[in-house]
Unconditional design. Structure first.
Length: 282
């Protein structure tokens, strides 16, 4: 069935592939360089990347080139879409939106490039909500209304197992990383105004994750909510956190457990978790 509005996102959104296929979401891949090998991030296996990072192999991330967006947009236009809504990782973290705008200028139908000011599953849940509205036949403005509600109400938190990789990527200073490691300080971070900010600090993993779960429960509210946990080489811990959340939330609508985007993992390091809660319109 022809859809009036096509939805495009990027690979940092961690949208499960089966849902992307069912809802017709196009996913543009960011690029990852590990050592001297550059690839779409979907081609980089997490265990090999984690090993490379532990061995101090250089890791760098790059936005998709504009042609990657152009061909996705052109396919949507050729399929009969009236408009395209392209929803992406925060411009405070990546130049992905800039690349999307370059491609959008070459397309003959309206393309709305949206800086989500989020990343990870918080971006993914917002994209899925927009795609559900599009699949139901909503107008471009109707889809944008759904999307804007989700982007405002969704929370993304990140737990990191070590401060080392945040220091390597310039998120914190060397002295702060050293003190954190020496005192077993585990930070809980939050996406705020399009960038990563510190939310909590705690001694030890268990305390840090309790704080993260408590904040997620507060932000989820009492209505229907999508909840997800993504991880970088920490599947058992991620499941424990997700089970804890689901057991305490009154109205869980969608539950997602995914490996995190390799792009996000490149900055947070092995052992990291992302926690997303996204209240749905009741």
């Amino acid at each position: 069935m022809r859809r009036r509005v096509a939805i495009v996102t990027d690979s940092t959104a961690s949208v499960p592939l089966d849902i992307a296929d069912r809802l017709g979401i196009s996913i543009v891949q960011l690029e990852l360089t590990v050592g001297d090998q550059q690839n779409d991030e979907r081609r980089v296996l997490h265990p090999q990347m984690a090993e490379a990072m532990r061995n101090n192999v250089p890791v760098a991330t790059n936005p998709p080139p504009p042609p990657a967006f152009y061909w996705n947009y052109a396919d949507a236009a050729a399929s009969g879409a009236e408009a395209i809504i392209s929803i992406h990782i925060s411009e405070g973290m990546s130049q992905t939106c800039q690349a999307a705008r370059v491609a959008a200028a070459e397309i003959g139908i309206p393309v709305y490039v949206v800086d989500a000011r989020l990343t990870g599953l918080s971006l993914g849940f917002s994209v899925m909500a927009a795609a559900e509205a599009a699949a139901a036949g909503a107008t471009p403005q109707g889809v944008m209304n759904v999307l804007e509600h989700r982007l405002r109400s969704t929370t993304q938190m990140v737990y990191v197992d070590t401060l080392e990789f945040l220091q390597r990527s310039g998120r914190i200073g060397r002295a702060q990383a050293w003190v954190g490691e020496a005192l077993s300080i585990k930070p809980v971070l939050i996406m705020k105004d399009g960038v990563i900010d510190q939310l909590h600090r705690a001694r030890g993993t268990e305390r840090a994750l309790r704080k993260a779960v408590g904040t997620a429960l507060e932000r989820a509210g009492h209505g229907p909510v999508d909840v997800g946990v993504e991880h970088f080489e920490a599947a058992d811990r991620a499941k424990e956190v997700l089970d804890s959340l689901c057991s305490q939330l009154p109205q869980v609508r969608r539950v997602t457990l995914e490996q995190t985007s390799a792009i996000i993992g490149a900055h947070t390091g092995p052992g990291a978790l992302g926690i997303a809660v996204s209240p749905a319109a009741s």
